[in-house]
Design a protein around this ligand. Structure first.
Ligand code: ZN
Length: 437
């Protein structure tokens, strides 16, 4: 079977990440790419085009779902009940976010109060020059509009304690309440941080009614290592999958298989996915149902479509760490630049079962890329991802997959350059496979 070719590259991923400091910016980056490929953004609060055929996407704040449907006349023979092939990912990454009353002064320093979002490795955020991004809710007469903001200047820094002031010179235990506040000035009159952000963004500070603001490291992503075959970047978890999934999706749209390709990217995975737009929300299931309704089908056709649909839930995977090989299951070594990773957990921290594993292993074979199989040590608690909740929410057969990386949840992570095109190729083959397992 000819496999859809993707245009995913390591340098392309670096540019994607640098363009996307927040989940809202991930959606904007992806939307721009979709627009360039002839997609139309639909509003969830408006009727959708009848017939269903076309290239569309919806955005809910930091989440996005895109699809390219053939409509009821697509050559699957299933009519309105034509199944879906879904690639899932999450747009959020652990970081430090701005509190509601951020301004404080300590010992002459002007401080900005920050708190961790998700399981950020706090040590990795110290001594970095940090910019600010996110979104503001801005009053516009008697309505409120959303404004994305981004300031790529070294405004904030969370300074580390000098080693001479620590108890035993072996580092300090970081307290998320006391130790991750940022300095942004010394002496002088106190200034409102939020007013500063608004003014820098060309917005009247008095019109700002709400905000989700977060910090990002300003060092650009880049290729590193002896052979420049490694990627040093922030937010690889999980923009590595957002990028590979986007390119797989675009390849599948250009050379469609028998199922309708869908790209589903969720916010809030790092804090449990329970929100209006997380993987536990009805976002994906309502979009899929509305696609079937637009084709002219009903509830029965929607349920029939789900029965034959499969989701590859993409999130990053742990490569075996050279300094901590004992933290890994010894019979399941995972290599960077060793190909996509199938993630299996008997206690369903990952959704993978034999059927899903079969679907993804077949896709890797068709894409001619190697497949690695990850199992967490049985004596360590395993993380989870959007796979189990997507499976539970939709009833779709779901397989958890990823690409190998080190330093997950650090402010600066690392993965293999060759894994980017390999991961995208496997996901493209998955999206264009035959329906069913
Ligand atoms: Zn993740």
């Amino acid at each position: 079977m000819p496999v859809a070719e993707t245009t995913a590259t390591a340098t392309g991923l670096c540019a994607f990440i640098d363009a996307s400091p927040s989940p809202f910016h991930v959606c904007r980056t992806v939307a721009a790419e979709l627009d360039a490929h002839g997609f139309t953004r639909l509003s969830e609060s408006s009727p959708w085009p009848a017939g269903g055929a076309g290239r569309y996407y919806v955005v809910r704040a930091g989440s996005l779902v895109a699809w390219a449907d053939g409509g009821a006349d697509a050559p699957t023979g299933a009519g309105p009940a034509a199944p879906f092939r879904v690639v899932g990912a999450h747009t959020d990454s652990p970081n430090l976010r701005v509190k509601q009353h951020p301004d404080t002064a300590v010992a002459g320093w002007q401080m900005v109060g920050l708190e961790p979002y998700g399981g950020a490795w706090l040590n990795s955020w110290l001594d970095r020059d940090l910019g600010i991004s996110g979104r503001l809710s801005v009053r516009d007469g008697n309505t409120v509009r959303e404004q994305l903001i981004r300031i790529d200047e070294p405004i904030l820094r969370v300074p580390q304690l000098a080693i001479h002031l620590s108890d035993d010179r072996r580092g300090v235990q970081l307290d998320p309440q006391r130790h991750v506040n940022a300095v942004w000035g010394i002496g002088g009159e106190p200034r409102s941080f939020l007013a500063f952000v608004a003014e820098r963004s060309g917005i009247d500070p008095g019109a700002v009614l709400g905000w989700e603001l977060m910090t990002h490291d300003l060092v650009p992503s880049r290729l590193i290592g002896r052979d420049l075959d490694l990627i040093s970047a922030p937010r690889l978890d999980n923009q590595g999958t957002c990028y590979a999934g986007l390119h797989a999706f675009l390849a599948a749209v250009a050379a469609p298989g028998a199922a309708t390709p869908v790209l589903a990217m969720f916010d809030h995975e790092e804090v449990g996915s329970q929100s209006d737009r997380g993987a536990q929300s009805g976002l994906l299931s309502t979009v899929l149902e509305r696609i079937v309704l637009a084709r002219g089908g009903g509830r029965a056709e929607y349920l029939a479509a789900l029965a034959d649909s499969v989701c590859a839930s993409g999130d990053m995977a742990h490569a075996t760490h050279p300094n901590y090989p004992d933290r890994h299951e010894p019979s399941h070594r995972i290599e960077v630049n060793g190909g996509p990773v199938l993630k299996v957990n008997q206690n369903l921290r990952y959704a993978t079962d034999a059927a899903g594993a079969g679907a993804f292993a077949l896709a890797c074979a068709q894409a001619n890329v190697p497949l690695q199989r990850y199992v967490h040590r049985a004596d360590l608690p395993c993380g989870s991802t959007i796979g189990p909740m997507t499976a539970a929410r939709t009833g779709m057969s779901t397989v958890d997959v990823g690409a190998a990386q080190l330093a997950m949840h650090s402010a600066r992570e690392m993965m293999g350059a060759a894994d980017v095109p390999a991961y995208a190729a496997a996901l493209a083959a998955f999206l264009t496979a035959s329906p069913g397992l």
